[in-house]
Design a protein around this ligand. Structure first.
Ligand code: PLP
Length: 403
C-alpha cells in the first residue's frame, strides 16, 4: 500500500513517497481513484468530528486515495508529519487564516505577498472581525512591536512575490513562539526543495502547488504542511466544512509532476543563474533581483536559509513608461518566453508589475513601507519565471526585445 515515509534522498522521496505498486494488479504507476463514495464494511458516523487518522475512505470530500498519495508525497518532501491538499493556493491560504483565526484575534501579515493573499488580508479578514497588521518582515523590530495580547498568527512569504524580498524564517519563528502565536509561511517560490521551512520553525508551510510542485502549468492546487493534529483541524474546517477540496485528477497530475521536483529545481536554478547573470551585465537592465546573485541585498540570508535559489527573477528596466513600452513589446514579440501570469512551470513566463498599479490594487503601502517596496521594485518590475528551456534560447529571446 501507499507509503508516506521519507527516504534518505530527496529524489527517491519525490518519486516513491506516498505511492507503491497497486496491490490488486501490480501496476507500477498509480491509478486515479475517481469514486466520490466508498462502500462501507460496517456502519459508521457521518460527521467531520468522527474523523480519525485511520478512518476508512468514506466520501470524497473527507479524503480520497489519489489526493492522500499526493499529500503523503508532499509531507515527506517538506519534512512535516502531515499535509492537506486543497483546490488552489488561495484555498490553502484561506484554510490557514479561517482555521487559526476567529473574530477578535489579531494576525501579522507580510506587507508584501502574493496579490490574492494581500487582498484577503486587507479586505476579507477585517470584515470578519479579525485585526490585521501589515508589517515589513525584514524589519524584525517592527514585527516584535506589532505583537499584541490577541496575536494568534504571523504570516510570512519568502521569497516574496513579486519583489524577491526574503524573510528570516528562524527569526520570525522565534518572535511567534515567544508571543504564543503560530507562524505560517507561503513557501511557493522556494518549493520544498528551496528551503526547509518547517525545520526553521514554521508551523504551517503553504504552497500553491499550481507552481513548482505541479510544475507543468496544467493543474491548479494548494497544500498546507504541518503537524498531524493541526492538519486534522484544517481538514475538518477547510476541506470537510468549507469544501474546497482538490480533485483526484488534479492530485494525480500534480503527483506526477512532484516526482521530478528535485531534478527540475536544479535545472530552474541553473537556468535562472545564467539568465540573471546575463541580465545584470545588460546595459538596459537597471536592477536585477535574484537570491543567488551576490548583488541581492539579502544574499547572505539566502545562502544561509535556501538550499536552492529557485527560478524566479525580478528585474527593472528604467522608469514606468519605459517598462510599460517594453512590456507591450514583450507581449507581441517574445517567441520562447510566454507573456503570462503564474510561475514555476517548464515553460518560461514573464509579467510586468508597475509599482503604481500594485499600490492601488493589492498593496496600498505608504511612508517607509512604500519606500522599502520601491527599493526593490523601482517604478515597476518584470517578474520572470525561468522554465526548463536552454538558457541560451531564453537569453536570445530577451536580448531581441531589450534591444
Ligand atoms: C500563485 C500563488 C498563490 C495562489 O495560488 P493559486 O494556486 O493560484 O490559488 C499564492 N501564493 C503565491 C506565492 C503564489 O505564487
Amino acid at each position: 500500500m501507499a507509503k508516506s515515509n521519507a527516504y534518505k534522498g530527496l529524489s527517491t522521496t519525490a518519486i516513491h513517497a506516498g505511492e507503491g505498486p497497486d496491490p490488486a494488479t501490480g501496476a507500477s504507476a498509480p491509478n486515479i481513484v475517481m469514486s466520490s463514495t466508498y462502500v462501507a464494511e460496517e456502519i459508521a458516523g457521518f460527521s467531520a468530528h468522527d474523523l480519525s487518522d485511520d478512518s476508512p475512505f468514506l466520501y470524497g470530500r473527507w479524503a480520497n486515495p489519489s489526493v492522500r498519495a499526493l499529500e503523503n508525497k508532499i509531507a515527506a518532501l517538506e519534512g512535516t508529519e502531515s499535509c492537506l491538499c486543497l483546490a488552489s493556493g488561495m484555498a490553502a491560504a484561506s484554510a490557514i487564516f479561517l482555521t487559526v483565526l476567529s473574530a477578535g484575534d489579531h494576525v501579522i501579515v507580510s506587507d508584501v505577498s502574493y496579490a490574492g493573499v494581500a487582498e484577503l488580508a486587507r479586505d476579507t479578514l477585517p470584515r470578519l472581525g479579525i485585526e490585521v497588521s501589515l508589517v515589513d518582515m525584514t524589519d524584525l523590530g517592527a514585527v516584535a512591536q506589532a505583537v499584541r495580547a490577541n496575536t494568534k498568527l504571523i504570516h510570512t512569504e519568502t521569497p516574496a512575490n513579486p519583489i524577491m524580498r526574503l524573510t528570516d524564517l528562524a527569526a520570525i519563528s522565534e518572535i511567534a513562539r515567544s508571543a504564543g502565536a503560530r507562524h505560517s509561511c507561503d513557501a511557493t517560490f522556494a518549493s520544498p526543495i528551496g528551503q526547509k521551512s518547517a525545520e526553521l520553525g514554521v508551523d504551517y508551510v503553504m504552497h500553491s502547488i499550481t507552481k513548482y510542485i505541479g510544475g507543468h502549468g496544467d493543474a491548479i492546487g494548494g497544500a498546507v504542511c504541518a503537524r498531524a493534529q493541526d492538519i486534522r483541524a484544517l481538514t475538518v474546517e477547510a476541506a470537510i466544512h468549507h469544501g474546497g477540496i482538490l480533485s483526484p485528477f488534479n492530485a494525480w497530475l500534480i503527483a506526477r509532476g512532484t516526482s521530478t521536483l528535485p531534478l527540475r529545481m536544479r535545472a530552474h536554478q541553473e537556468g535562472a543563474m545564467a539568465v540573471a547573470a546575463w541580465l545584470e551585465d545588460h546595459p538596459k537592465a537597471t536592477k536585477v533581483l535574484y537570491p543567488g546573485l551576490a548583488s541581492h541585498p539579502q544574499h547572505e540570508l539566502a545562502a544561509r536559509q535556501m538550499q536552492n535559489y529557485s527560478g524566479m527573477i525580478a528585474f527593472q528596466v528604467g522608469d514606468e513608461r519605459t517598462g510599460e513600452t517594453l512590456a507591450a513589446r514583450m507581449a507581441e514579440e517574445l517567441q520562447v518566453i510566454h507573456y503570462a501570469v503564474s510561475l514555476g512551470h517548464h515553460r518560461s513566463l514573464i509579467w510586468w508589475l508597475p509599482t503604481s498599479g500594485m499600490m492601488e490594487t493589492s498593496f496600498r503601502l505608504s511612508g517607509k513601507q512604500f519606500d522599502r517596496y520601491r527599493d526593490f521594485a523601482g517604478d515597476g518590475i518584470f517578474r520572470l519565471s525561468i522554465g526548463l528551456e536552454d538558457a541560451e534560447d531564453l537569453i536570445a529571446d530577451l536580448d531581441r526585445v531589450l534591444g
